[in-house]
Write a protein that binds this ligand. Structure first.
Ligand code: IDC
Length: 309
């Protein structure tokens, strides 16, 4: 059987839609790692193969925190982090999946704070993977803070994107948006001048409901291509009860607009967003008993959406 990547090849953006090499709309669907530094054991071939074959995922997002514990800017082992990215990118290539390399800003709300390091990182990373069309670059996870307006995020994007473009002229680049990647409706005022950029929308279904869905629809109406590069169905802390009703409303939005969606997170941390139960030791080949409520729901969504010939 051909792999997802073999069937769809190099991606590009047309209007608000992500398209494949044959100019047909595609939906990337998959999971995000938790911090690579924290759960490196989930970056393994059997895990990715299980996600692909049993769950129906076509994408893995590799989340590298910049400023949390063990982050790239806060004393993390940079070599080890880049080796994990390398392993994840290679596994995705071998398995015919797409890979998203995520510069996971969070407590460092303004991406400009570490733009020098980001520039250096993306220059090297894009030189390494520029000829690998299954790789997408996510330049800042979640800009946040009152002063971090869309123009401030754009200033960062205008620095980083040209650096990536030197090596990966056509790769799809994901850019975070203000307020923890929620304000996708602000982009249309001044979109980035690059045809293959999409804008991140993140939601946690028990916290974010109609108001954020309306923002998403507004953004689409104004021609802003959005990509759900992180979400879960619990609350925004990554914990608390899941909200199935809101989750299903979000799911309907994905389907209506063909949005790509990536669930947080591939880990067994003791929190509601984790897809794997904290009492499970399995790092692949998960059974129903290994999955959390979130994991069971999400595997069901992927299975329902899978579109192999
Ligand atoms: C959370 C993790 C949690 C970790 C925390 C660090 O789930 O285990 O301790 O980060 O601060 C986001 C972020 C994402 C968060 C997640 C849940 O992108 O890093 O992960 N979240 O809080 N945005 C909204 C929610």
């Amino acid at each position: 059987m051909t792999t997802y990547f073999e069937r769809h090849g190099t991606l590009h953006v047309s209007g608000t839609q992500l398209m494949d090499a044959h100019d047909t709309p595609v939906q990337l669907r998959g999971v995000s790692t938790l911090g690579l530094a924290w759960y490196p054991e989930f970056v393994n071939e059997d895990a990715f193969r299980t996600l692909r074959d049993d769950w129906g995922a076509n994408t893995v997002r590799l989340a590298m925190y910049t400023c949390e514990d063990g982050g790239y800017m806060t004393g993390g082992d940079r070599q080890a982090l880049e080796a994990l990215i390398d392993k994840g990118v290679k596994l995705c290539r071998e398995l015919g999946m797409y890979a998203i390399i995520d510069w996971h800003i969070l407590s460092d709300g303004d991406p400009n704070i570490h733009a020098d390091a980001a520039e250096d990182f993306f220059a090297r990373i894009s030189a390494r993977y520029g000829d690998q069309p299954h790789v997408l670059y996510e330049i800042c996870n979640e800009p946040n803070g009152a002063a971090v307006t869309w123009p401030v995020v754009r200033q960062y994007a205008d620095r980083i994107i040209p650096v990536i473009r030197e090596n990966a002229p056509d790769a799809v680049i994901l850019c975070g948006t203000p307020t923890w990647s929620q304000d996708v409706d602000l982009v249309a005022q001044d979109p980035i001048d690059d045809p293959n950029v999409m804008y991140s929308l993140h939601f946690y279904a028990a916290t974010h409901r109609d108001i954020l869905r309306r923002k998403a629809e507004n953004a689409l109406k104004h021609g802003t291509p959005i990509f759900i590069s992180e979400f879960s169905i619990c609350d925004a802390s990554g914990n608390g009860a899941v909200d199935m009703k809101s989750a299903e409303a979000w799911r309907a939005l994905f389907e209506e607009h063909g949005l790509s969606y990536i669930a947080w997170s591939l880990s067994n941390r003791d929190e509601s967003a984790a897809l794997i139960r904290a009492d499970s030791d399995r790092k692949s080949d998960w059974t129903d008993e290994d999955l959390t409520e979130t994991g069971l729901w999400f595997r069901g969504v992927l299975r329902a959406d899978r579109d192999e010939p």
